[in-house]
Design a binder for this molecule. Structure first.
Ligand code: NAP
Ligand code: SF4
Length: 647
């Protein structure tokens, strides 16, 4: 790949960025938490370097106490946080990186239950995703806030940040002033467009004055709010020109408010699916413009950079801190690509937990999971080439151990090989490509279509056997069950599916199978479960979009029932609320009723003769089986061998 733009330096006032990729702001859930200070600093330092992102932007740092966005925020108003920031900038600079502080105020998105301070906003209008109505800011409050932004800018510079980014998008405070949806003021801070933009412009002017003329100021503005009754595309472009006129050095174009019901970064959004607003802004201004959202591949970044000045990639650096190093070295197949699942990043952030990454569980654990050759080289045999086994093999090999992997089927990938058949889950291909490349590069010996005998295992003289043999689909006990087919057969295309379909089980896999069938033109789908809700267990940030999509495609759901009998024509159920019997006609009944662990009992003998055995992933625990836990457990036994228990 010829990089014409990606590694072309760009100048922002006194700051030279060596490439055109910004690591966008992410709240890591470690900020302001003493126990996580080393983790926070190691996280950013790992991503710094000459060929790290051109510029890293921190998660939002509050400019004033009521502006915290939740638990664990750093604040410019807390002395101890300034100490942490100094440590952070110094560590990033020592590693040859560049880092900007994001000046943040949540406005009505703040939670008073976290710090006891009522949230504030231009108008007292509650957000649909919050319980609290914010307090309306008065004139004096606004002037004080401008001073807080200025003070935050001054302090950011003092503690060593290379630039600041003013957070003016995603529906936070500045965005709330800009939008007629949230700004109903009748004074000079609300009403017409000019007045609604006043706060944003005054913040920019105050920060510029505080940091001086040679210091870069990025403004993150919303390119598309994706909420009703908000700023128009014309206003967005006009705002951009005003920001340019008042000294912004570069515009970072954010997409979608947090309360929007349009998915903007999940796997179902096509790559770079929201780039248009950045292109429109670019046409209207002469300062550089940054495009964002679902850009997870340097080749795509290069393509976008033909029209834009920079791209923002945030989650991709969680998945692979060294993605630009690999791009520069032309080792694109070694990149661990972000698959936009949100399961260990955004879902964790919303749960108030530290962020990590499903495909890279080392993210956020860099301080304790250091990559250095092991003092004692082990011989490790991994049974099973699903994600848990692949990660166990990869991580052990990365630490210098000798690894052999046995997979009973004809390909590595396990459940991901099925998941990748779901139209919206094509990104899973990337994970399988990554593991295939890495296992090969790290010299893992792989045997496919092979279940080793105990003797074969002993022939390796293993120090450790990792049992990662995964799961088998649960076969519920229902009379006539032979009339049903298992979901793997459906996803593999091994069986024909009729027009009227019943799916038994309405968890993640039931929902995935529905998507798969919709894409095949089958639209009479009924999802069933005995108790509970549809899609239970799916992550908070993706579940709503997934269920919304299924509903729009006519998928129906029923619960509070028991299964009585299946025939070739359908299924009899009992309504457990009324005790009434009902026959549901179906051409095809599909089982997606969860999983059971698949542990090859014949190897138990090995533990009796003293071979260390670790059981991980679905083989260890099929309930709540999740790729996030499976990959994490694969990495954990390599990085924390002391936690292996002999099973
Ligand atoms: P699951 O989420 O546990 O759902 C299993 C379904 O099977 C439930 O609806 C359950 O409903 C039903 N079931 C369980 N035992 C049954 C029995 N004996 N007879 C009939 N029905 C039974 O499991 P899954 O859908 O197989 O998913 C496995 C894991 O992968 C989950 O952790 C899931 O979250 C994860 N996953 C995640 C995604 C994602 O996009 N993040 C996608 C797919 C899967 P009742 O017990 O109420 O009948
Ligand atoms: Fe990307 Fe998923 Fe990792 Fe988040 S958890 S960074 S979305 S791969």
């Amino acid at each position: 790949m010829k990089w014409e733009k990606l590694f072309k330096p760009i100048q922002l006032r006194r700051l030279t960025l060596p490439n055109r990729v910004m690591m966008g702001s992410m709240h890591l859930g470690m900020e302001g938490n003493k126990d996580q200070e080393d983790a926070l600093i190691s996280f950013y330092t790992e991503r710094s370097g000459e060929n790290g992102p051109g510029l890293i932007v921190t998660g939002g740092i509050s400019v004033s106490p009521e502006g915290d966005g939740g638990h664990h925020f750093l604040g410019f108003y807390r002395d101890d946080d300034l100490r942490v920031m100094k440590r952070l900038t110094s560590s990033v600079h020592t590693a040859n990186g560049r880092i900007a502080a994001q000046l943040f105020h949540a406005g009505r998105y703040a939670y008073s239950e976290m710090n006891g301070i009522p949230s504030v906003a231009p108008s007292p209008i509650k957000s649909p995703i919050h319980r609290e109505t914010p307090k309306e800011l008065n004139e004096l409050d606004i002037l004080n806030l401008l001073e807080s932004y200025a003070e935050a800018g001054r302090k950011a510079k003092e503690v060593g940040f290379d630039a600041v980014e003013i957070m003016g998008s995603e529906g936070y405070l500045i965005n709330q002033f800009l939008s007629p949806r949230t700004n109903k003021r009748a004074d000079k801070w609300g009403g017409n467009f000019e007045n609604r933009t006043r706060f944003a412009i005054e913040v920019l002017k105050a920060v510029r004055k505080a940091v001086g003329e040679d210091y870069p100021v990025i403004f993150r503005m919303s390119g598309l709010d994706l909420v009703p009754n908000s700023s128009t595309p014309e206003e967005t472009v006009q705002l951009a020109t005003k920001l340019e006129a008042h000294g912004a050095d570069i515009l970072n174009i954010g997409i979608g408010w947090h309360e929007s019901t349009v998915p903007t970064i999940s796997m179902m959004v096509p790559r770079a699916g929201f780039i248009e607003p950045a292109l429109q802004v670019k046409e209207a201004v002469t300062i550089p413009v940054i495009g964002s959202n679902r850009i997870n591949d340097p080749v795509l970044a290069e393509e976008l950079l033909q029209k834009l000045d920079m791209v923002s990639m945030a989650r991709p650096f969680l998945a692979d801190p060294h993605l630009l190093v690999k791009a520069k070295e032309q080792s694109l197949d070694q990149i661990n690509t972000c698959i936009a699942c949100n399961q260990a990043c955004l879902d964790h952030a919303f749960e108030g937990k530290a962020v990590s990454c499903l495909v890279n569980p080392r993210a956020g654990r860099e301080h304790k999971w250091t990559i250095k050759k092991a003092a004692k080289i082990k011989t490790v045999v991994v049974l099973g080439g699903g994600v848990a086994g692949m990660e166990a093999a990869r991580a052990h090999a990365e630490l210098g151990h000798n690894v052999t992997l046995y997979e009973a089927s004809s390909a590595i990938g396990g459940q991901f090989n099925l998941a990748r058949k779901i139209p919206i889950k094509k990104e899973f291909d990337e994970t399988i490509r990554y593991y295939t490349t890495e296992l090969n590069r790290l010299g893992v010996e792989i045997y496919l279509n092979h279940k080793p005998t105990e003797q074969e295992l002993l022939n390796h003289s293993p120090d450790l056997i990792v049992v990662a043999t995964g799961v088998t689909p649960r076969q519920p006990v229902i009379p006539g069950i032979e009339h049903a087919i298992a979901y793997p057969d459906v996803l593999s295309g091994n069986v024909a599916v009729g027009k009227n379909v019943i799916i038994i089980g309405a968890g993640g896999i039931g929902c995935d199978v529905s998507h798969f069938l919709i894409e095949k033109g089958i639209n009479n789908i009924l999802l069933l479960r005995r108790n509970g809700k549809m899609g239970e267990g799916l992550g908070k940030t993706t579940k709503w979009a997934m269920l919304q999509d299924l509903k729009q495609n006519g998928v129906k759901f029923r619960t509070n029932l028991s299964y009585k009998e299946m025939t070739k024509d359908g299924l009899t159920i009992i309504n457990t609320e009324t005790d009434e019997k009902e026959f549901l006609k179906a051409d095809t009944i599909i089982l997606a009723a969860g999983q059971e662990s698949n542990i090859p009992r014949e190897y138990e003998l090995l533990s009796q003769i003293g071979v260390e055995i670790a059981i991980i992933g679905g083989a260890r625990l099929a309930g709540e089986l999740d790729a996030k836990r499976a990959i994490y457990e694969g990495a954990k036994i390599a990085f924390e061998p002391e936690t292996i228990s002999i099973n």
